[in-house]
Structure formats: structure tokens, C-alpha cells
Design a protein around this ligand. Structure first.
Ligand code: PIN
Length: 504
């Protein structure tokens, strides 16, 4: 999962892109980057690390111009080297930079085509660079010095024809403007907003509406599956459907955990879904465990707070915060390797004994993925004196790898892949384990937008909306992960084509 942002302003754009990236930081903490343009030149700063550590004042002073794009990365394919920090750049045609969230499932085929047929060189393993080169190649076919929006829409149409998978993309073409587009299945989120200024309208495109709201842009709407939104350098917005067949299948995991609660994705307020998830989970407990002896409902901070609260309300059981999170430690979900993940739980969470001592505690988390953190948390609850520790997951069993940009590529790493709920309960050391039903998760999300017929929910079902995901593909991405170990081990001076990256 990554976060992307782009804007065209009447004045300097750098502060908006910076602030937007900070608002999207939860979508990836591995690398950050921003590129702006004054219409003739590109100014770029990107590297591995958090936004605030990568883009500093001296870089901001160099990031000139009224339009720009930015990216925060959580790696899903390839390595996490500095060379793969985004946005990516290609000089021809026109000078294009691009930021992408998602994952292509036909990247290998495209890489071959790009090399053999399109005569284009790729310098990284990232499929974002693949999309950039496909887009650039298709734009080049216009072969003229004055590009029109029709040329851009035609190039996006060709991207849709060639690329299979999940992609929310923002590209900037030097001298012309920025373009945002979304794959024909609408898997990853992307939305567009408008702000009025004294000198005319300003536009922003972002992964999540939280970035727009906080920066004073009015959310216009989501980019539709297959659609492209072009905002010219003069801040004129044009949009067009660029795919032959489309359907909206937004990733349901965004609702469970990935997105911020205040975001509205495809018209669904994430916070409301999480409230509903707690409510439905409580109803399941009432149905299946009539004589429960839960004394206290407790969230595993932070994401699950909303669901734990509504769960406690419906159950009529006290809500208590007995686990305290150190806010200066990044999510453990993003830590490389199982061992590190286990250890980091204790650095991240502390217990307040008062809330556990001699009580039957129901811990609520947003999901159980690998099961490593809940195992540790349950131990901590017992050490703090809990009589019984029950565990509830606001999402159903995560059984299958994700191939659309969420970092869950290896089936065997998922605790529910080969274990029954009873077995999982044993493994994590809980006295009882309750999972949300998939129907209820879908119901909670659909309530926000009844027009959505199908969510991308492959981690729960093993059904992949794009097709083309077979055993051999799943094996390939699992092996890629095993090989790379997902550790940033590239030397800092890794050969990379660098465009005024604003290094020290
Ligand atoms: C919590 C995010 N949430 C916590 C992510 C842990 C699964 N994990 C998914 C639970 S927050 S595990 O947003 O950081 O507050 O099952 O893989 O151990």
C-alpha cells in the first residue's frame, strides 16, 4: 500500500504536497518523495524514510512551481531500495514523473514488451516504473510538440488496455499538467477535490479524502474505475472515461484498517463502517455466546478503537483502554521479519494492570493477519492479571495473499490460511476467539454505498477480480518476497538516475 498525491495551485504547490504527504503517511513509511514543476523544469526530492525526515526546509526551498506530485511508499513488489523511491521520472516524451499505488499482475509480460518492442529501459524492479514507461510510450505515439488532453486520455486508454492489476496513478507532464487515473476495476482509492483561491480554482488528487479535507479542498468525487482526470497547468479540469469495460470493486481492507477513519472512499465514510463492524460483531456474540462473561471490552490501539467502542455499547459491557500505545513507534505491521514484529509489540504497547486484574477481558483488533502481535498481546494481558482473555477480530479470517498492493504476499504467513478458528485460538493463546463474518463486513461497507456490487475481498475469499491470478503467479510473488526478505539492504550509493534530488 502506498499514498499518492498531486496538485495544481495558483501559487507554490510544495507546502500542500508536503502537508498532504504527512496526512497520507499511514499508507507507507518506507520512502517518501515529491516532485514539483514550474512548467519548464522538474524539482525532485525523494529517499527512504518518513516525510518529515526526507523533505526538509532546504529541499522545500528548491521545490518550486505551481504543480507537483508526491508519494509515500510501502513496498509491495521488488526491493525497498532508495532507487525505488517514487515519483519515477522519464525524460521522453516531454518529461514525465509518476507516482503509483497498487500492483500489476502482468508486470513481467509488460517488462518484456517494453524492452523488446518499445525499446525502453527499466532501471528498477518496481512495477510503477513499468506503468510510467507504458504511459510514456503511448503518449509518445502522438508525436507532436503541443500535447492536447485528447492525447493524454488516449495514452491512459492504452495503459488500461495493456496493464492488468490494481493501480491508482498520478502523473505529471512537464509544461502540461497532472493526470490521475484508476484501474478499470477501481481497486485502490483515489479522489479529486477543488479549492477556490483569489486567483482561480486549485485542484488536488489524492489517495484518501483526508488529505483534501484537511487542506481546504472540497471533495468533488472519486476518480471512477477506468477514468482519467487531467488538470492542466492553468488549473483547468477535464475528465474522461478511458476504459472499454469497468466495474467498481474497491478494496475492502481499506475500510478495515488501511485508510484513516475520517476518509470517505467511494462515498463510504470509513469511520462509520468501523462503528458498524463493532455493532455487528457484538450481535454475533449475543447470538452465539448468550451467557458470555465478558467484564470489559478493550481495543488494541489504534485502528480498532471505533469498532471496540460500538461493540461495547451494543453488548452493554464497559469499554476500557488498558493497552497504551507509544505514539512514537511506527506500525508493527510494516516491520520486516517475524522476529522483529514480535519484539516490537512490547516496545509499542504497555498494559494498565488496573483494567486487567481479575477480569474477563475481550480484546478487539481490526484484523488478525499473521497472528504474531495478538499472541504477544494476549500474553501481556495475562501478565497484567486478566482472568480470561477473549479476542475478537473486526475482520473475517485473512486466508489468502493480496496481489493488489497490500503487503500480504505469502499464504503460509497468514495464520488463518491453514488453521481453523479453534486452532488459531489455541495458537494465539486466547480463551475464546470471535471473527467477524464476511457477510457482515460486506454489509457494513455496503451501507455506506449500496451501489457497490462487489468489493475486492480476495484476502478473505481467494477470488481475484482481475482474473489472471493463478497458483504459479502466487508462487512467484511468494518467492520474490522470500528472496528479498523485504529488508532495505541496498547501499546508499546504489546506481540510480537522479534528477536534482536535492541531496546534501
Ligand atoms: C493497528 C493495525 N492492525 C493491527 C494491523 C497483526 C494484525 N494487525 C493488522 C493488527 S494500527 S498480526 O493501525 O497500527 O493501530 O495478526 O499480523 O499479528
Amino acid at each position: 500500500m502506498c499514498g499518492i498525491i498531486g496538485a495544481v495551485n495558483q501559487g507554490l504547490v510544495n507546502q500542500d504536497i508536503y502537508d498532504g504527504l504527512i496526512l497520507l503517511q499511514h499508507r507507507g513509511q518506507d520512502a517518501a518523495g515529491m516532485v514539483t514543476s514550474d512548467g519548464r523544469q522538474l524539482f525532485l526530492r525523494k529517499s527512504n524514510g518518513l516525510v518529515q525526515n526526507i523533505i526538509r526546509q532546504k529541499h522545500m526551498l528548491r521545490l518550486k512551481g505551481p504543480m507537483g506530485i508526491g508519494h509515500v511508499r510501502y513496498p509491495t513488489a521488488g526491493s525497498s531500495s532508495q532507487a525505488e523511491a517514487q515519483p519515477f521520472y522519464v525524460n521522453s516524451p516531454y518529461g514525465i514523473v509518476l507516482a503509483h499505488n497498487g500492483n500489476l499482475i502482468n508486470a513481467d509480460k509488460l517488462k518484456k514488451e517494453l524492452w523488446v518492442t518499445d525499446l525502453r529501459h527499466l532501471n528498477t524492479q518496481s512495477d510503477s516504473e513499468v506503468i510510467l514507461n507504458v504511459f510514456a510510450h503511448e503518449l509518445e505515439k502522438s508525436h507532436k510538440i503541443n500535447l492536447t488532453k485528447e492525447d493524454i486520455f488516449r495514452a491512459v486508454t492504452e495503459v488500461h488496455r495493456r496493464c492488468v492489476g490494481a493501480y491508482a496513478v498520478i502523473a505529471m507532464v512537464v509544461g502540461y499538467g497532472i493526470v490521475g487515473f484508476r484501474d478499470p476495476n477501481g481497486i485502490r482509492p483515489i479522489c479529486v477535490g477543488r479549492r477556490e483561491s483569489d486567483n482561480g480554482p486549485e485542484y488536488m488528487i489524492a489517495s484518501e479524502s483526508v488529505a483534501l479535507q484537511a487542506l481546504g479542498y472540497q471533495l468533488i468525487n472519486d476518480i471512477a474505475p477506468g477514468e482519467a482526470v487531467f488538470i492542466s497547468q492553468k488549473s483547468d479540469l477535464q475528465r474522461q472515461q478511458c476504459a472499454a469495460t469497468t466495474s467498481l470493486n474497491p478494496c475492502i481492507f481499506e475500510q478495515v484498517y488501511l485508510a484513516r477513519p475520517e476518509s470517505i472512499l467511494d462515498k463510504i465514510l470509513v469511520y462509520k463502517v468501523r462503528l458498524k463492524l463493532g455493532d455487528l460483531l457484538a450481535q454475533k456474540i449475543q447470538k452465539e455466546w448468550k451467557n458470555h462473561d465478558i467484564d470489559v471490552v478493550m481495543p488494541v490501539p489504534d485502528t480498532s478503537r471505533t469498532a471496540a467502542y460500538s461493540l461495547s455499547l451494543r453488548l452493554g459491557v464497559k469499554y476500557r483502554e488498558g493497552l497504551v500505545k507509544n505514539r512514537y513507534i511506527a506500525r508493527t505491521f510494516i516491520m520486516p521479519g517475524q522476529q522483529v514484529r514480535k519484539k516490537s509489540v512490547r516496545r509499542k504497547l504497555n498494559t494498565i494492570e488496573l483494567e486487567f486484574k481479575d477480569k474477563n477481558v475481550l480484546l478487539v483488533d481490526d484484523s488478525i493477519v499473521r497472528g504474531t502481535t495478538c499472541n504477544e498481546i494476549i500474553k501481556m494481558a495475562r501478565e497484567a492479571g486478566a482472568k480470561n482473555v477473549y479476542f475478537a477480530s473486526a475482520a473475517p479470517q485473512v486466508r489468502h495473499p493480496n496481489v493488489y498492493g497490500i503487503d500480504m504476499p505469502v499464504a503460509e504467513e497468514l495464520i488463518a490460511h491453514n488453521n481453523t478458528t479453534e486452532e488459531i485460538c489455541d495458537i494465539i493463546g486466547a480463551d475464546r476467539l470471535i471473527y467477524q463474518d464476511l457477510d457482515d463486513l460486506i454489509k457494513a461497507a455496503k451501507e455506506g454505498n449500496p451501489d457497490i456490487e462487489r468489493f475486492e475481498d480476495s484476502v478473505f475469499t481467494g477470488e481475484y477480480v482481475t482474473g489472471g491470478v493463478d497458483e504459479s503467479y502466487l508462487q512467484k510473488i511468494a518467492n520474490l518476497r522470500r528472496d528479498s526478505g523485504k529488508v532495505s539492504d541496498e547501499p546508499e550509493d546504489y546506481a540510480t538516475i537522479d534528477l536534482h534530488n536535492g541531496e546534501e
